[in-house]
Design a protein around this ligand. Structure first.
Ligand SMILES: [Ca+2]
Ligand SMILES: [Ca+2]
Length: 255
């Protein structure tokens, strides 16, 4: 009798397991995600021509299947002609894995003539049952090897002029922004944004390609009534041909 009770208990347990996993059609299915432990890179700055060390350990409770590693830019979407030929760096690889643990350890050569700026380094891993590891992301700042110097913004003035660091302008009026932009090698573009502080909405976004080492900025801005009134930020971003950038934020009140 005692034995029979134990057996029916085991049968009930077995049924529960089947019920619990029958949706997957496999009572042995591995549901545990693999784990990526990334030691390098961190949120690093790397100059073109140098190597990026990729080092980490990937583990799984049962069996690893593959890892994907990629690098892509995190630029703001405004792309230009890249006159001097400094493209964004793009790289990826997929490696087939096996066993429960794999060490990744290799240097990746970063090309010299790449666009300077923010990039994402991402690593994903899969186990043999298709479970995905938690995505690992790092922010990289990559620099062009030939030009590491950002443009300069000098003598920035506005009409109406700023009072105690604050530009006050009437809704529907105009604002003029003047300044001297320069770069050690060559300018590529400037961008102007007006952002409403209360909700971070970009109400104005203007982008112009420029060239040469020096540029006199003289831009008339119409302050549109539909932006409303209140506190805003006027952001000026200047980029050189290799993607290096400089920006200045001005405080703006629209009345
Ligand atoms: Ca697993
Ligand atoms: Ca430069």
């Amino acid at each position: 009798m005692r034995k029979a009770v134990v057996s029916s208990g085991l049968i009930a347990f077995g049924l529960l397991l089947l019920v619990g996993s029958c949706k997957k059609g496999d009572d042995q299915k591995d549901l545990e995600r693999p784990l990526i432990s990334l030691q390098s890179p961190g949120d690093d700055t790397i100059r073109g021509g140098e190597s990026l060390l990729i080092r980490g350990i990937i583990t799984d409770n049962e069996a690893l299947s593959q890892v994907k590693i990629e690098i892509h830019d995190d630029f703001d979407g405004h792309s230009h002609g890249k006159k001097a030929g400094a493209p964004a760096f793009v790289w990826d690889t997929i490696m087939t894995l096996s066993g429960k643990e794999t060490a990744i350890d290799f240097p990746l050569a970063v090309p010299e003539d790449i666009a300077s700026g923010q990039y994402h380094f991402q690593m994903q891993a899969l186990d043999a049952s298709g479970n995905e590891a938690e995505f690992v992301v790092r922010g990289l700042y990559l620099k062009n090897a030939f030009d590491t110097i950002s443009p300069e913004i000098a003598n920035l003035t506005t009409t109406p002029a700023a009072q105690n660091g604050l530009i006050t302008v009437k809704s529907g009026a105009t604002l003029t922004l003047m300044g001297a932009l320069s770069d050690n090698m060559g300018l590529e573009a400037y961008e102007l944004k007006i952002i409403r502080n209360s909700n971070q909405e970009i109400v104005y976004d203007f982008d112009e390609e420029i060239s040469g080492s020096n540029y006199s900025l003289n831009k008339l801005l119409a302050i549109e009534t539909q932006w409303g009134t209140g506190e805003f930020t006027l952001e000026l971003i200047v980029k050189d041909e290799k993607g290096n950038r400089e920006d200045v934020d001005l405080d703006l009140v629209i009345e």
